[in-house]
Design a protein around this ligand. Structure first.
Ligand SMILES: [Fe+2]
Length: 136
């Protein structure tokens, strides 16, 4: 396991989306750092709260843009996002109730979905958005 190092290939050409992805990667790295440092529960809890809030914000942004620009894959985008929403909400619930088990599997899951989300799902999505004046 390692932190995610931002690669230029992760930039998909839509500034709004790229900035949110960078922030998401940083937050996931913070979660991992907190675990590595054996941080007190409060710190890990705060990093999970931040992760859950930002994940929701990011998905909401993408779905709003999809709706606005009539993205043909909106339904499957929502399905995919909802699966992750359920997972981060589960973590959030565990963190808030003091039952969070931040295993390596959880970190791997966060890392894998983020990279897959950026390099596969959103690569196609941002190709669709290019030329739509999203950043204006
Ligand atoms: Fe995204």
């Amino acid at each position: 396991m390692e932190t995610i190092v931002w690669q230029e290939t992760y930039s998909l050409g839509i500034k709004l989306i790229d900035n949110q992805h960078r922030e998401l990667v940083e937050i996931i790295n913070d979660v991992y750092d907190a675990k590595l440092r054996g941080s007190k529960n409060g710190e890990i809890k705060n990093s999970i709260i931040k992760l859950a809030e930002y994940t929701h914000k990011h998905f909401d942004t993408e779905e709003e843009l999809s709706f606005k620009y009539d993205y043909p894959e909106l339904d499957s985008q929502i399905d995919e996002n909802n699966q992750v929403r359920i997972q981060v909400d589960k973590l959030l619930h565990q963190a808030k109730s003091g039952n969070l088990e931040l295993s390596d599997n959880v970190i791997d899951f966060l890392r894998d979905w983020t990279l897959n989300h950026i390099t596969n799902t959103d690569k196609i999505y941002c190709e669709f958005l290019s030329g739509k004046e999203v950043d204006n």
